[in-house]
Design a binder for this molecule. Structure first.
Ligand SMILES: Cc1cc2nc3c(=O)[nH]c(=O)nc-3n(C[C@H](O)[C@H](O)[C@H](O)COP(=O)(O)O)c2cc1C
Length: 310
């Protein structure tokens, strides 16, 4: 039986489907013949490791393409979460901007391509091959210089929206993995009675002061001790008061991402925390004033992990 030819995919549907692919955002820059050009690109992707190749699809109508072809090189700046304006600017979406580079802080790459300051990372590339890509040209570049920036949180693009990607799951922490997923379901946070303080320990703690944890550092030891006992013994607290929250789980080295998930949830609620992993359980120390709120955040974290798995 002969098959019917496939119906062509409508441009509209094609655009919608592509918008469902989440990506990071880069700005590709080029300086050649005394001219600079740059454009926002999310088609950037890694290619080969050996030799180190990356590729980006460049619309044929962009001036930058001619410069890349003539100069044989280009730079890539990987945008950080706070750089949405640069993404808009280099996509030509900021009204009234004639020179995209005007007033933008730059870091010169070794090969002369201007890198945008404050990014996650940068690359300088020599053109390796150019391939026909319909109304785009697929530019494959050999990475000749690469550098990491100070920024750590990526800018994402999904469904035509700029997004923060801060809630990325750490590797191996997915459902069913013997890591953060199952541990988050078992959190069962419990508030321990009393308040705690951090104190410096000279040689030994005075009698009657039993620490929850002691950390020996090059400068001397520091202990987390019950606040009242510390006061009775005349120890001056260095920080506190804190409350202790004990979890029913333990972030040993197989539990990828538990500490990150817990401290991230608390950080998003504006609560500082210090995690101490014991042999059997993890213990959090949070400012006493935030303790009840922290308990609520952790219970909600456990609830959503349970809901996600049901
Ligand atoms: C998030 C985002 C990603 C983009 N990715 C690409 C890309 O990979 N390749 C490309 O040619 N244009 C891409 N563009 C569009 C170009 O940045 C834009 O067409 C160009 O900067 C316009 O330049 P012009 O005003 O000089 O024509 C993207 C735009 C946005 C907003």
């Amino acid at each position: 039986m002969s098959q019917l030819p496939a119906a062509p995919v409508s441009v509209d549907l094609f655009r919608h489907v592509l918008a469902r692919f989440a990506s990071g955002v880069t700005v590709v820059t080029v300086a050649s013949d005394g001219t600079r050009a740059g454009f926002t690109a999310s088609s950037f992707t890694s290619g080969s490791l050996d030799p180190p190749l990356v590729l980006v699809c460049v619309a044929r109508r962009l001036d930058a393409l001619g410069l890349i072809e003539r100069g044989g090189r280009f730079g890539v700046s990987i945008l950080a979460a706070h750089q949405r304006d640069l993404g808009l600017r280099f996509a030509g979406l900021l009204p009234g901007v004639h020179d995209r580079f005007a007033g933008v802080d730059l870091v010169p790459g070794r090969d002369g391509s201007p890198w945008l300051a404050g990014c996650l990372a940068w690359m300088d590339c020599r053109v390796w091959r150019l391939h026909d890509g319909g109304d785009h040209v697929i530019v494959v570049g050999e990475v000749v210089e690469a550098r990491l920036g100070e920024a750590t949180e990526p800018l994402g693009y999904f469904d035509r929206h700029w997004q923060r990607l801060s809630r990325l799951e750490p590797p191996g922490a997915g459902p069913g993995h013997d890591g953060a997923g199952s541990l988050l379901r078992a959190l069962s946070p419990r508030l321990v009675d009393g308040e705690f303080a951090y104190v410096e320990v000279e040689t030994a703690l005075p009698p009657g002061v039993v620490p929850v944890a002691v950390v020996r550092e090059a400068e001397g030891a520091c202990a987390i001790v019950p606040r009242e006992a510390a006061e009775r013994a005349g120890l001056a607290p260095d920080a506190g008061p804190f409350r202790q929250i004990t979890l029913e789980v333990h972030s040993d080295l197989r539990a990828v991402g538990l500490t990150a998930a817990v401290s991230d949830a608390l950080a998003r609620a504006g609560i500082a925390c210090n995690v101490v992993a014991g042999l059997r359980h993890d213990h959090l120390f949070v400012p006493a004033v935030d303790a009840l709120r922290a308990l609520g955040v952790l219970r909600a974290l456990q609830d959503s992990a349970l809901a996600a798995s049901s």
